[in-house]
Design a protein around this ligand. Sequence first.
Ligand code: ADP
Length: 447
Amino acid sequence: MKRRLPSIRARLALWHAGVLTLIVCVFSAGILVFVRASLFAGVDRQLHRALTTIDWVYHHEPDEIADLASESGIVLFQLVVDGKLRYQTEGWKRAGLSRALHDGAMGPESWESPNGGWYRVQAVAEPSYTLAAAVVEGARRDAFWTLVAILAAGIPLAAGLAVAGGYFLAGRALAPVGAMADKARQITADSLGERLPVRNPQDEFGRLAGVINDTLSRLHDSFDRLRRFTADASHELRTPLTAMRSVGEVALEATLEPARYREVIGSMLEEVDRLTHLVDSLLVLTRADSGATRPVREVVELSALTGSVADHLRVLAEEKQQSLSVDAGAPVEARCDPAILRLGLMNLLHNAIKYTPSGGAIHVRAKAGESGQSLIEVQDSGPGIAAVHRERIFERFYRADAGRSGESAGVGLGLAIARWAVAANGGHIELESEESKGSLFRIVLPG
Ligand code: ADP
């Protein structure tokens, strides 16, 4: 496996220094090539001028050739005419520059004399004579090598500084990550209200911290909801249990007629029913929350489904002398899970029967919506729902009339289940209601 440096800070510093060193090396090599070329171009021009001058003097004032060195400063040259040395300067001789020509230099070329000096040598060979001149390279060559030495020493130094600077800068840039990690380590389920520090919300780390903070907010909300749900559920479970206990205790205290015992057992069974209903509802919702209930969609004819749910609950409406009518129009189809949708509709219709006073009227109908949706409407002539409650009645354990007791006392989970059942099928529930004028719950399903 490839070994990696454990810290991003060190990796960034090394990459930064590596890339910088590479750039400096390429740049330095470019400089050296350019400087070398321009230095030798200057020497070569000087050499060319010297050769031209010697040539001119040889042709026009040949006797002056010996004075050339002292007069024009051209101190290194030789003239060979018809294979015989005609003239060579003292300097040429001393430096043994003839050997440079024997080595075959026609140049311009650099040549190192045996005593260690460097010369630039060029020769011009004509049929009858050969002219050769040289220029000392010394100062220019020294300047070039000084530059090489400076760069050779400077590059490692620059690389070292780049590593140190990169390490420092990377440390500063990555500091928010460390602060975020420290804070995140302290956040537990009990301190989900705390947030990661955001130094600059615009930069990458700031945006990352923002995203994590949003996630924490959502987690906080769902933990809160869960806590409230558990507290409410425990409270609701206690009520029937307390009722059963007190009814039982009273019955035990005195010797009762058999008919009274029957009454006591009857009222205890009522509480058991309530408990069973509550536990069933809690089970539906917890399964829904955990995603365990997956809707299996199929094409469902909604009029038939509506009729079947109404038939199922008709006996309850009859007990309250309510008229329960199903408007059977044209068939309406929707793609949904019939069992889950049935559960939602059952809760809506059950509420309509429960909250509509005796003798009231309830209408149920399935129809096609104007923009292609499929609708199921449950309309009652009950007390309606006041505007203050309308927003909240779909919340778990919310009851518009919390003080209600007895047969119609619910636990506040019916509409929450109905909303989940419809949403699981891709739809939503609309509510039209006016106080004392009844309510209309409308299930809207995508067509
Ligand atoms: P519950 O178990 O109390 O019926 P729900 O979630 O089904 O719980 O309903 C929440 C509240 O909405 C009820 O307590 C009731 O006040 C109100 N409500 C629901 N349906 C109707 C309706 N058809 N008419 C009037 N009020 C209703």
